[in-house]
Design a protein around this ligand. Structure first.
Ligand code: PMP
Length: 433
C-alpha cells in the first residue's frame, strides 16, 4: 500500500525547496498549511477528506464557487484546441466587448495576467498619458506588489507618521528612495487632509488610485463626497482618477464604480473576471488608452505579455461573467445582506464587541464595538492578530468554515440560505466561547 502523506509531511518537503514552503504568503499557516484535495461549489475538501464551507473563494476570485460545470465545460473545449498561441484569438475580442458593454467608463480594455500586473499597467498608462511621475494612494490600501503600488500597505505603526499626512513607507527591504518619493499617501475617506496632500504635489501627480471598498483599509465604502472631491481635484489639476476594482468589480453589474456619479478615467480588474484562472485587465478612456496603440507613430507605452489574454482565461472569464448577470448579482448581494443581518443578531445574543463592514457580496468582522472608519482604526495590532488567528483556527478546525485572514467573507453565487445559517451558527458558537 502506498503511504498517503499528511499535510505536515508535504509541507516539510516544501520547506526544503520553496521559501517558507509556499509561493503565496496568503496561504501560509502555522505550523503548516493544510493541503487541498478537491473543491466543488462552495465546499473544499482537504487531503484528510475533511470538507469545509469556503468563504475565501481564492481570495475573492471565485464568484461561482469551485468547478462550476459550465465553466469547466467551456474551458475543456478550449484546452483541446490549444492553450496559448502566437496569434490573436476571437475569445479575447468577445470578452473585451462583454466587459466594455457592462461598464460605461471602459471605452478600451487590455488584458494581463494578474491584479498586480493590471495595477502596474494602469499606473504606467497614466504616467505615459500625463508625462508625470507620481501616484497618490491611500494609506493601508493593497494594490498588489508593484513597487509603487505597494508603498504604505500595512506599515508598522512606528513608521506611520502624522495621521493627517502619512509617511511613504516601503514594504520590501531595499525599495529605492526614489520610489517612495514618487508615491503620495493620503488618509482614505478624509477629504480635507487628502486634498491638502494632493495640493502639495499638484503638478506632478499622474493618477490618484482609489479602491472603492478597500479590504485592507477596513472594507468600508468610499464615501460619495470623498470620491467626488478627488474626481474634481483630478479635473482641476490634470491628473487621472484610477480605480482599483480588482476585488470590487463583483459589487455591481458595472463594478462598484456604478454606485458613484463620477466615472474613473482608468480601472484595474482581476480576480473574478478570470473565472478561476489567472487574469488581470485595465480599461478606460479611449484617448488615454491610445498610449498603448502600436499603430501610433509615437508609441508612448509599449506593452505586451506572453500569456496576456490567453484563451483559457478569456473563455473561463467570459462564461463566468455572462452568468454573473444583474439577477445573479442582486440575488448574491441580498443573500450576503441576510447573512450580515443574522451575524449582527449573533453578535447581539452573545453580547460581544464585534462590528461589521462591507458591501455587496463581501463583509469583514472587526473586534471592536463600532465599525472602524479609517485604516488606523481598523489596524490589527499583534494582540488582535493573535486573537483573530485563534478564531480562524477555531472556525477552520472545529466549525469547518474557511474565511480570509482578516475575518473577511467573500460570497459566491452557489451559496444558499443553508450556508449562511451554517456561518451565522458557527460565529455564534465562536462568540459564546
Ligand atoms: N488590488 C487589490 C485591491 C487586491 O485585493 C489584489 C489582490 N488581493 C491586487 C490588486 C493584486 O492582485 P493579484 O494578487 O492578482 O496580483
Amino acid at each position: 500500500l502506498s503511504h498517503k502523506r499528511t499535510s505536515e509531511e508535504i509541507y516539510n518537503q516544501a520547506c526544503k525547496i520553496i521559501p517558507g514552503g509556499v509561493s503565496r504568503n496568503t496561504i501560509f499557516h502555522h505550523p503548516y498549511p493544510h493541503y487541498i484535495s478537491h473543491a466543488n461549489g462552495c465546499y473544499a475538501t482537504d487531503i484528510n477528506n475533511i470538507q469545509r464551507l469556503d468563504f475565501g473563494n481564492n481570495m475573492a476570485a471565485l464568484i461561482h464557487g469551485h468547478a462550476h460545470p459550465d465553466i469547466v465545460d467551456a474551458v475543456i473545449k478550449q484546452i483541446r484546441k490549444g492553450t496559448a498561441y502566437t496569434m490573436a484569438t476571437e475569445a479575447e475580442v468577445l470578452y473585451a466587448q462583454l466587459l466594455c458593454d457592462r461598464t460605461p467608463s471602459f471605452e478600451k480594455i487590455r488584458f494581463v495576467n494578474s491584479g498586480t500586473e493590471a495595477v502596474m499597467a494602469m499606473i504606467k498608462t497614466a504616467r505615459a498619458y500625463t508625462g508625470r511621475p507620481k501616484i497618490a494612494k491611500a494609506e493601508g490600501a493593497y494594490h498588489g506588489t508593484y513597487d509603487f503600488a505597494e508603498v504604505s500597505q500595512t506599515a508598522n505603526p512606528a513608521n506611520w507618521g502624522d495621521i493627517n499626512q502619512p509617511n511613504s513607507v516601503p514594504v520590501a527591504n531595499g525599495t529605492p528612495q526614489s520610489v517612495l518619493n514618487d508615491v503620495i499617501i493620503f488618509p482614505y475617506n478624509d477629504i480635507e487632509h487628502t486634498l491638502a496632500i494632493l495640493d502639495q504635489n499638484a503638478s506632478e501627480i499622474a493618477c490618484v488610485i482609489i479602491d472603492p471598498v478597500p479590504h485592507r483599509v477596513g472594507l468600508m465604502e468610499g464615501k460619495t463626497n470623498f470620491i467626488e472631491a478627488i474626481y474634481e481635484w483630478t479635473r482641476k489639476n490634470g491628473a487621472l482618477l484610477a480605480f482599483d476594482e480588482v476585488v470590487t468589480y463583483r459589487v455591481n453589474y458595472g463594478g462598484a464604480q456604478q454606485n458613484y456619479s463620477v466615472k474613473p478615467d482608468l480601472t484595474a480588474l482581476g480576480k473574478i473576471i478570470g473565472g478561476g484562472f489567472p487574469v488581470g485587465a485595465f480599461a478606460g478612456r479611449s484617448d488615454i488608452m491610445k498610449v498603448l496603440d502600436p499603430r501610433e507613430s509615437k508609441l508612448l507605452f509599449p506593452h505586451s505579455g506572453t500569456f496576456s489574454a490567453n484563451p483559457v482565461s478569456m473563455t473561463a472569464g467570459h462564461t463566468t461573467m455572462k452568468m454573473y448577470n444583474k439577477d445573479a448579482i442582486l440575488k448574491l448581494n441580498t443573500l450576503t445582506q441576510k447573512a450580515t443581518d443574522q451575524i449582527r443578531e449573533a453578535i447581539k445574543i452573545a453580547d460581544v464587541p464585534v462590528s461589521i463592514t462591507g458591501t455587496g457580496s463581501m463583509f469583514r468582522l472587526h473586534l471592536k464595538p463600532s465599525a472602524p472608519t479609517s485604516y488606523r482604526e481598523a489596524y490589527q495590532n499583534c494582540e488582535t492578530k493573535t486573537l483573530i488567528n485563534e478564531m480562524l483556527d477555531y472556525l477552520f478546525l472545529d466549525e469547518k468554515i474557511m474565511m480570509i485572514n482578516t475575518l473577511t467573507c467573500m460570497f459566491s453565487t452557489v451559496m444558499t440560505q443553508k450556508e449562511i445559517d451554517m456561518l451565522s451558527q458557527a460565529l455564534l458558537n465562536m462568540f459564546k466561547r
